[in-house]
Design a protein around this ligand. Structure first.
Ligand code: SOE
Length: 376
């Protein structure tokens, strides 16, 4: 087996999902390459060491520039807040490292363009962790659409609903709540949550041509967790937009962190001429499917339990009838990445594809700010 030496920058929630992916992929997938957890890098040495001990990283760095200088690192995995993606990704590409970047690719399109240029100029393998493409039910949805089972698509609808920032006591900034700080995150739910919905939509239903959006910031001031100062909140707490797809269908998207009762409810529904598809992250191993061509006396929504060996990824897991979950999407992404190194076929989403999501996010935010339709 060929080793693939990983240097990971950051060790938060995503650091754990990725590390688990690296540790598990070769147990379940037949692959030539095997990730080796070489180094984890974070400013706080004690915390980085504790993370390294827990997940089996061989060493620790406290400066990502030192990590890039190391000859024993093949791939840099960026799990930092969004404002650091660009600098690290470009330097990593220039150092000849493969670059795996957490979503969203960048703070905005301009940054994303520089990142795409850097990885393409360096000719290094690259990908962005839009993991929901690799939920087996979502991958199956892609297969059904590509087979033409839905026919002409009329509607694409997606939501990503959470409720963890309703209290005004939730601070902004710092390690745990950087997603509320515009300086670190770039935007709020648009870049954090709708970016997932947009990535899946572009993959399943093609390009978005123009958007009309509204955003709201419900809590205007929060305490900064590091400085203790009360500061204006500059992120979008909620965002809704509608849009046209290039294929003529209409899109409707909503995301908020103020939907009491919903923790991470990502849902999507696609309505076509012959059939419709519905999926829900809280029940992620099911794909709902309605086919109008069924015999009318038994026609209705089917809830397909995705656990059989002929459904995407499932042949690599347990036995039919047994579910897998959220963490498996990252294992799939690692397995697909390693396979892409083997075959030379680039993995998706690449930086270039993720840039398309960034363009839609920028158009959405501009549309909301200017109260106007915006072309993507
Ligand atoms: C935010 O709460 C978050 O963790 C996102 O950052 C992730 O991308 C999403 O998958 C789950 O929610």
């Amino acid at each position: 087996m060929k080793p693939l030496n990983i240097g990971m920058v950051g060790y938060g929630f995503m650091g754990r999902t990725h590390s688990n992916g690296y540790s598990q992929a070769n147990h379940f997938f037949d692959l030539e390459y095997k990730p080796v957890l070489k180094a984890v890098c974070a400013r706080n040495k004690d915390k980085a060491q504790a993370f390294a001990d827990q997940w089996g990283y061989e060493s620790v760095e406290t400066d990502w520039r030192e990590l890039l200088k190391r000859d024993d690192i093949d791939a840099i995995d960026i799990c930092t807040p969004n404002n650091l993606h660009k600098e690290i990704a470009i330097a990593a590409a220039e150092a000849g490292k493969m670059v795996l970047c957490e979503k969203p690719l960048s703070m905005d399109t301009a940054e994303g363009e520089e990142m795409v240029a850097a990885v393409e100029k360096a000719g290094v393998a690259n990908m962005v962790w839009y993991n929901y493409r690799r939920v087996p039910a979502v991958t199956l949805a892609k297969q059904l659409i590509d087979e033409g089972r839905l026919g002409r698509i009329f509607h694409y609808r997606a939501n990503f609903l959470q409720d963890w920032t309703i209290s005004e006591d939730v601070p902004q900034g710092g390690e745990a709540t950087w997603r509320l700080d515009a300086e670190a995150a770039g935007s709020g739910v648009t870049g954090d949550l709708l970016a997932h919905c947009i990535d899946t939509a572009l993959w399943l239903n093609g390009d978005i041509t123009d958007v009309s959006a509204m955003t709201e910031t419900f809590i205007k001031q929060r305490t900064h967790s590091e400085t203790g100062e009360t500061q204006e909140v500059k992120i979008d707490d909620a965002c809704a937009f509608h849009c046209h797809f290039k294929n003529g269908s209409l899109g409707l998207f909503e995301s908020t962190r103020y939907a009491r009762g919903h923790k991470a409810l990502y849902t999507l529904e696609i309505n076509g001429e012959h059939a419709s598809i519905r999926w829900d992250l809280h029940d992620l191993h099911r794909l709902e499917y309605f086919d109008h061509r069924d015999d009318s006396i038994v026609r209705g929504w089917r809830s397909v339990h995705i656990s059989d060996g002929d459904q995407p990824y499932m042949g690599n897991w347990w036995v039919p009838g047994l579910n897998i979950g959220y963490e498996h999407t990252f294992i799939h992404q690692v397995a697909d990445f390693l396979k892409s190194l083997e075959t030379g076929e680039p993995i998706e989403p690449s930086f270039r594809s993720a840039l398309e999501t960034q363009k839609v996010c920028d158009a959405v935010l501009a549309s909301a700010a200017e109260r106007q339709w915006k072309d993507v």
